[in-house]
Design a protein around this ligand. Structure first.
Ligand code: SAH
Ligand code: SF4
Ligand code: F3S
Length: 441
């Protein structure tokens, strides 16, 4: 059968879709990008904000017309929204055949084959984290690959649905990750992206207390990966700020393959709001961690996630966030308008900030960011940078793009020898608004 998989949400979901796709091809099916000619449509969904669910539901609803034309078409929903709504989705969407929760996606091939044989609709949202560990399958060879090192989340930030839809936090064994990494590097992968809701909690058995000084299984994992011959770069997302202890910071500074860029979600710069969010740090402790990290790794860049309009967020709280963002000088930031998630604790609080006000705060932070990135990027003109070459630029086919370890995108004219995944040096000749232009050296 021809299988079409559409993914919503985060990189973990992309990774899951890739693994599910690989399970289908291993079972003799083929993958397609064309929803009109597919025999099976799978939607791997996200629940993190209401908009994410509405988007997926809109798309799945629209597929009804395909099913009317071709009743044999199989439509399945997987992932976080599937986990959250389960049977309710079958009721809401009569043309849907099956729902598979986040602990059941490894059953996708069986689910499709069962529907094809029996035509009996079903929903399965049983949590089975140990089975999910088997999802190490990868798609076609590329120079970059993602590895899920932890699954689930135990932190229960008050706004967040992830702990409810992804279940309890578990870490894979070091051996299983290393085997997957070796297999990928042997197939030509140069860059690994380690994924988890809180990657730095790797190996802590779901304990939500950050590890004591001198101990960090995540650091041990990075050190082991750093030794893999053939691997050029290691990235990871997302860590929680409190887990950067002396042991981890020392490993980051020492491991030459670990990129000098950290996605470090801040959420808010107001202690009052951080507390209400159940984030276990203060604005000052965040500042201190950034300072310690910068001291150990001077060219480190930071990106972050921020939520505007959390219940009770006053203008004064928002201004604290704005100030802290300016002070840290994030090179990238993702700003989200607070969205109450039924089931998460904060959904019980009155949603006090109007949508217009959320949008205003959102736009102010985005304007700040644009100005800051512009300045930061202009400051890199004339410098030499080491980039990992990614391939032909999406905007201009005469150019290629590459990325610095600090996560700046550089456009350049390729020479005849350059291949995707190569590490090359460039001289930065000019700055665009968000990216750089350079010449191969
Ligand atoms: N595990 C990651 C975050 C995953 S969700 C971490 O803790 O780093 C990605 C981002 O979505 C979060 O960092 C947060 O900024 C945002 N987010 C989560 N729930 C939200 C909600 N209810 N409304 C708006 N944004 C939300
Ligand atoms: Fe959500 Fe917090 Fe867990 Fe991140 S750490 S997934 S924001 S509960
Ligand atoms: Fe969304 Fe689930 Fe990821 S809720 S952000 S797809 S873990």
């Amino acid at each position: 059968m021809k299988i079409y998989i559409k993914t919503y949400g985060c990189q973990m979901n992309e990774r899951d879709s890739e693994a599910v796709g690989a399970l289908f091809t291993a079972s003799g099916h083929t993958l397609t990008d064309n929803e009109n000619s597919a025999d099976v449509l799978l939607f791997n969904t996200c629940s993190v904000r209401d908009a994410a669910e509405r988007k997926a539901k809109g798309k799945i609803g629209y597929m009804k017309k395909l099913k009317l034309r071709r009743p044999e078409l199989i439509i399945g929903v997987m992932g976080c929204m599937a986990q959250r709504l389960g049977e309710q989705l079958l009721a809401e969407l009569p043309h849907l055949d099956f729902v598979l929760g986040t602990g059941q996606i490894h059953q996708a091939v069986d689910a499709v084959e069962k529907i094809a044989a029996e035509r009996k609709r079903f929903s399965n949202t049983i949590e089975a984290p140990e089975e999910i560990d088997m999802l190490g399958a990868h798609g076609s060879n590329s120079w970059s690959a993602q590895i899920a090192i932890t699954r689930g989340c135990n932190r229960f930030c008050s706004y967040c649905i992830v702990p409810y839809v992804r279940g309890r936090e578990m870490s894979r064994s070091l051996d299983s990750i290393m085997d997957e990494a070796k297999m990928l590097v042997d197939s030509g992968v140069k860059e690994l992206l380690l994924l988890g809701q809180n990657v730095a909690a790797y190996g802590l058995n779901g304990d939500i207390r950050p590890p004591a000084s001198g101990y960090s299984p995540f650091a041990e994992l990075l050190e082991a990966l750093n030794e893999l011959p053939g691997l050029e770069r290691i990235r990871y997302t997302s860590p929680y700020v409190s887990y950067f202890n002396d042991r981890l910071i020392a490993a980051l500074a020492k491991c030459s393959k670990v990129c000098h860029n950290i996605h470090l979600p801040l959420q808010s710069g107001s202690d009052r709001i951080l507390k209400a969010m159940n984030r276990q740090y203060t604005a000052d402790s965040y500042r201190e961690k950034v300072a310690q990290l910068r001291e150990a790794i001077p060219d480190l860049t930071f990106s972050t996630d921020v939520i505007v309009g959390f219940p009770g967020e006053e203008e004064s709280d928002f201004l604290l966030t704005r100030e802290l963002m300016e002070e840290v000088g994030f090179e990238q930031a993702f700003i989200f308008k607070y969205s109450p998630r039924p089931g998460a604790k904060s959904a019980l609080l009155a949603n006090t900030v109007s949508e217009e006000e959320k949008l205003r705060r959102n736009n102010i932070l985005l304007d700040d960011l644009e100005r800051r990135i512009g300045k930061r990027i202009a400051g890199l003109v004339g410098s030499e940078q080491e980039i990992l070459c990614e391939g032909v630029s999406a905007r201009n086919s005469a150019r290629w793009t590459g990325r610095t370890g600090t996560n700046f995108v550089v456009h350049f004219e390729p020479d005849t020898t350059v291949k995707p995944g190569d590490i090359r040096k460039v001289k930065v000749t000019r700055a665009g608004s968000v990216s750089l232009f350079g010449e191969l050296i």
